[in-house]
Design a protein around this ligand. Structure first.
Ligand code: PLP
Length: 380
């Protein structure tokens, strides 16, 4: 099998599985309990939190563990609005993951004013649109760092500078799910930042939200007061320790792993360009995120090509996994002005550090043959 759907999820590293298993089988104690073995588990969680905080360039007390980025994104948006006495206006983009986009849609239904920023042809959020939308009433801006369908990278530093100069009262949330571990480990300038373990070879069902100290924040689960009272619920020790092991491996190998993904992505893109009537959607493969490549094969339906490749043991997707079962238009490609046959023929290839050059060669060969075959049946 050739697995090229790593933006949907990744295979957990052996060390992540081992760390989680250790918590299931040996150190299964509740870190909130009072006896020695539980206190030891609490110490492991605190150490893991410190390592995650260091990777994010923040303080451990600013990290909240969650069940993944859907929860982190929901919390970041709702818990910062819930606390306000007056309603400000909100800004997000047309290309956000549903766990951000649909939350803003929900708030719009509740009477909030939301601006949805346009993107350029390569799928990056337009900074002139952000500048125009910001004003004294803006209370929150949410922009993803890397788009999960195209690999477009947004200029978060510029966005932050614009927000803090034009609307200093506004908070800035960044969905960092597809960027964390793939981009250098430096502090991302923002007030809130979401990550998810299963996108970097950790377990599913665990993630985190960075909340800058003194950020007005009210919400989350109410209960036993875990996570500094913001997010109650018995600590997910196997998930957190599994995520910690995956992060440790990524931090140790980042340069090598990122360049392996980039080399393979560029190689695959070069092959794809040689197939007639194809286009790369999003940034140039040399730019953009190292692991995501989106391409359109004109005259072929993406779903049909997906299943034809599956028959040859190659797993890819037509877009976000969350929308794989939803019929209709692709919101992200539409925002980039990609419509009709170019949208219908789009496929996403998302890589991990463990894909090989041979896999790229085999995928290219399979693509060439299947696309040629399927095009014989296209309507003229
Ligand atoms: N944000 C982005 C950009 C994603 O790609 C995903 C997952 O597909 C999510 C958020 C949601 O993450 P989780 O699966 O941890 O809820």
């Amino acid at each position: 099998m050739i697995y090229l759907d790593n933006s949907a999820t990744t295979r957990p590293l052996e060390e992540a599985v081992a760390a989680a298993r250790h918590c299931f089988e040996e150190e299964y104690f509740n870190p909130s309990s009072a006896y020695g073995p539980a206190v030891r588990v609490e110490r492991h969680i605190n150490d893991a939190r410190a390592r995650l905080a260091q990777a994010l360039g923040v303080a451990p007390a600013e990290v909240i563990y969650t069940s993944g980025a859907t929860e982190s994104n929901n919390l970041a948006i709702i818990a910062t609005q819930f606390v306000r006495h007056t309603r400000g206006t909100l800004i997000t983009t047309k290309i956000e993951h549903p766990s951000v986009f649909e939350v803003f849609r929900f708030l719009e239904d509740q009477g909030y004013t939301v601006h949805y920023l346009d993107v350029d042809e390569a799928g990056a959020v337009r900074m002139d649109a952000l500048e125009a939308a910001l004003n004294q009433s803006t209370s929150l801006v949410s922009i993803m760092q890397v788009n999960n369908e195209t690999g477009a990278v947004n200029d978060i530093a510029q966005a932050y500078a614009l927000i803090k100069s034009r609307a200093p009262q506004a908070l800035f949330h960044v969905d960092g799910v597809q960027a964390f571990c793939k981009m250098p480990f430096t502090k991302v300038p923002c007030d809130l930042y979401s990550i998810s373990a299963h996108k970097f070879h950790g377990p599913k069902g665990v993630g985190a939200l960075y909340v800058r100290q003194n950020t007005p924040f009210l919400g989350g689960f109410i209960g036993g007061g875990q996570e500094r009272g913001v997010r109650s619920g018995t600590t997910n020790t196997p998930g957190i320790m599994g995520m910690d092991a995956a992060l440790t491996a990524y931090r140790k190998n980042q340069q090598e792993w990122v360049s392996a993904m980039r080399v393979n992505k560029v190689r695959l893109a070069e092959y794809i360009r040689q197939i007639p009537d194809t286009t790369i959607n999003g940034p140039r493969p040399e730019n953009g995120a190292p692991h995501i490549l989106n391409a359109s094969f004109l005259g072929v339906r993406g779903e049909v090509l997906l299943h034809a490749l599956e028959e040859r043991g190659i797993l890819v997707s037509t877009g976000s996994a969350c929308s794989a079962h939803k019929k209709g238009k692709n919101r992200v490609l539409s925002a980039m002005g990609i419509q009709g046959p170019r949208q219908e023929g789009a496929l996403r290839f998302s890589l991990c550090p463990f894909n090989t050059m041979e896999e790229m060669d085999q995928t290219a060969q399979a693509l060439f043959e299947t696309v040629t075959f399927l095009r014989r049946y296209r309507r003229r």
